[in-house]
Design a protein around this ligand. Sequence first.
Ligand SMILES: [Cu+2]
Length: 165
Amino acid sequence: MRKALVGLFVVGALCVVGGSSTSCSGGGAGGTGGGSATAGGGSATAGGSAGGMATETADADAGTCTAAMTACTFVDATAADAGRTIEFGTTNPGASVPECLRVKVGQTVRFVTGANHPVVQTCGPKNRKLAAPDSATTNITFGLAGDYAGVCGIHQFPTAIRVEP
Ligand SMILES: [Cu+2]
């Protein structure tokens, strides 16, 4: 819950979408960060031109997913009324069901995890985004396009989320 609150705060600080324009302050907010100020400014510009859809910025040290890490069939859950729940070690105690889900920026994926099946991220544009404790229901809203992959921290079975712009 604490992480979710922090995430919302960051989202609010980056862009304000108005009726006819999008105001982004990512560059200014990143001013004290030296190198990251440049990255923040660039992302803010990209978000504005895309209609303000990108609400997060990538972590410079985040691990990029390779094709091998996301070698799975992504279930299309991009439709507004699509279900976006992943049963992680529950309906099948040794797997993520579905294993891979495709969503759009701004959509929320609900992870329902079984006992001893925590979700641990292995790669993705933002660190520790794809993470959930075991025996819990965790909603994760993806504000940045890109591929995320993770595993059960105990049994290593995989899961992945592809976030489209
Ligand atoms: Cu497990």
